[in-house]
Design a binder for this molecule. Sequence first.
Ligand SMILES: NC(=O)c1ccc[n+]([C@@H]2O[C@H](COP(=O)([O-])OP(=O)(O)OC[C@H]3O[C@@H](n4cnc5c(N)ncnc54)[C@H](O)[C@@H]3O)[C@@H](O)[C@H]2O)c1
Length: 274
Amino acid sequence: MGRLDGRVAFVTGAARGQGRAHCVRLAREGADIIAIDVAGPVEGAHPRPATPEELAETGRLVEETGRRVVTARADVRDLAAVARAVDEGVERFGRLDVVVANAGVMAGGRLWELTEAQWDVCVDVNLTGVWKTLRASVPHMIAAGNGGSIILTSSAAGYRGYPMSGGYGAAKHGLVGLCRTLAVEVARYNIRVNTIHPNGVRTVMGRPPSPEALKAIGLDDHDLWMFGQVTASALPEGTQEPEDVAATVAYLASDEARFMTGTALQIGAGNQLM
Ligand SMILES: NC(=O)c1ccc[n+]([C@@H]2O[C@H](COP(=O)([O-])OP(=O)(O)OC[C@H]3O[C@@H](n4cnc5c(N)ncnc54)[C@H](O)[C@@H]3O)[C@@H](O)[C@H]2O)c1
């Protein structure tokens, strides 16, 4: 028996990395999955986009667990597309219990040197995209009347100053405010809302650029020193696997966390201690 038997989870950014791990883990816990991803380039963001094939592979991995899945290509900046995907998933599976707003992009640089496009893409995807994800899904959770759990993927850059992360850090801090507001609004429906704050995760986004590559984009030794300070971890191993984050997500989604709402869970190997 799984902790999420009979429940339905909606995950954004599901084609690879943490989003894929969340889909598979929540399915193993018994949930049917609605999985969306832009599965294509996001202008101004990370140069290696996810692909439709990767999203399909997530679907295959979920089916392998014995659970049902619907996958759709949708950009979290497009409210109509996100709403269509969630509506279709809820129509098929009959309810919605868990939302994991995980899709995110990074466009780095010094705050005062960012282009407007770099700022906009970070805020549009990482903050407004999460609001659109919630706008499309929370009404279904309320309508189903079963309570539920909403997990927003923030970052260590969402609780401390993180150099060279520009609009990313501002958006990830913004998720904490969004979480707290929503948590008090939906508490009456027994829906819980929490943010998670990983530090380094072994994914395409988490792959650290080499010091040479950082120097090539104009960072000096002081920048590199500061970056090292801010990203340090207390535990011996600082970089976690997507599956480690998925274990936290599964816990928050489950009834074991039924008294947790409005929290900002720091899961960065003690990064906040450094
Ligand atoms: N990797 C890390 O070290 C790290 C640390 C802290 C927080 N995070 C956060 O974790 C989350 C997952 O990132 P990841 O590490 O798995 O990186 P990743 O780049 O491997 O995966 C991100 C996924 O989000 C999708 N995506 C991007 N923009 C989208 C959009 N507009 N609409 C729909 N889907 C979109 C991508 O296509 C990709 O599949 C992100 O929110 C990221 O900011 C990552």
